[in-house]
Design a protein around this ligand. Structure first.
Ligand SMILES: Nc1ncnc2c1ncn2[C@@H]1O[C@H](COP(=O)(O)OP(=O)(O)O)[C@@H](O)[C@H]1O
Ligand SMILES: [Mg+2]
Length: 251
């Protein structure tokens, strides 16, 4: 198996807050890995270190064997291979849907306008939004905006897609459309690292689930084990809380 992402002894602090405490893990080509864990456990920071939106103090991140934390590594080149989808969509509000999906292609990848448009349209088709190319983000629902964000990331032909709670900002009735698009991507063989609280999605789509708490990986494995039959008390407590929000731990 080819390791697409390899993370070694990753450490990140914000001031005295030691947020990532020696994270080691890998994502293989074609693998779908879901990261779960309580708020504040370091999930977003981990994703942000993988595309160097945060610089770790210690440890290394290899993408396709290249150490992107090496100071000689060219950041834009490294990031080209990594698509990122955020909770808050982060579309360009002044650009229409098509332009949102072409701008980085023409500026970063130096594709011609015609080629960029062709690629963008194909990806907008994939996420079911080919009828919205001339719309502006403000004219779309949250679920549609998130699907544009996915099409935009896909248009860069990434080797891996990172998702940071892609459905957490959506009204409940819009979550399904986004998860459907993500499920399809997974079936197409896309390598995906997904931070999510959607346990049903993780159970169905993930090849592996990683449970993080307090800056460390507590346990990881197939969803049926980590979600279905966790071996650590911390995982059990977290899952109870997520699966039954009314549950109160006895003190
Ligand atoms: N840019 C930042 N500056 C300072 N502290 C931060 C920053 N980003 C995250 N943190 C802190 O790092 C910890 C982990 O945050 P985060 O990675 O966002 O967790 P999660 O995504 O699991 O909720 C939290 O204590 C958070 O307050
Ligand atoms: Mg987060």
């Amino acid at each position: 198996m080819t390791e697409l992402i390899e993370i070694k002894n990753l450490n990140k602090s914000f001031g005295t807050n030691h947020v990532l405490r020696g994270i080691d893990f890998t994502v293989s080509q074609g693998e779908v890995v879901c990261v779960i864990g309580p708020s504040g456990s370091g999930k977003s920071t981990l994703l942000r270190c993988v595309n160097l939106l945060e610089q770790p103090e210690e440890g290394q991140v290899f993408v396709r064997g290249e150490d992107i934390t090496d100071r000689d590594c060219h950041l834009d080149d490294a990031r080209k291979h990594i698509g990122m989808v955020f909770q808050q969509f982060n579309l360009f509000p002044h650009l229409n849907v098509l332009a949102n999906c072409t701008i980085a292609q023409t500026t970063v990848l130096r594709r011609s306008a015609a080629e960029a448009e062709q690629v963008a349209r194909a990806n907008l088709d994939r996420v079911g939004l080919n009828d919205k190319v001339t719309a502006y983000p403000a004219q779309l629902s949250g679920g549609q905006q998130q699907r544009v964000a996915i099409a935009r990331a896909l248009s860069m032909d990434p080797a891996v897609m990172l998702f940071d709670e892609p459905t957490s900002a959506l009204d409940p009735e819009l979550v399904g459309d986004v998860l459907t698009v993500m499920r399809k991507l997974a079936l197409d063989g896309m390598t995906m690292l997904v931070v999510t609280h959607e346990m049903a999605f993780a159970r169905e789509v993930a090849d592996r689930v990683v449970f993080m708490d307090d800056g460390v990986i507590v346990e990881q494995g197939p969803p049926a084990e980590v979600i279905g039959n966790p071996s650590h008390e911390r995982t059990r407590v977290f899952l109870k809380r997520v699966l039954d929000p009314t549950h109160v731990e006895p003190t």
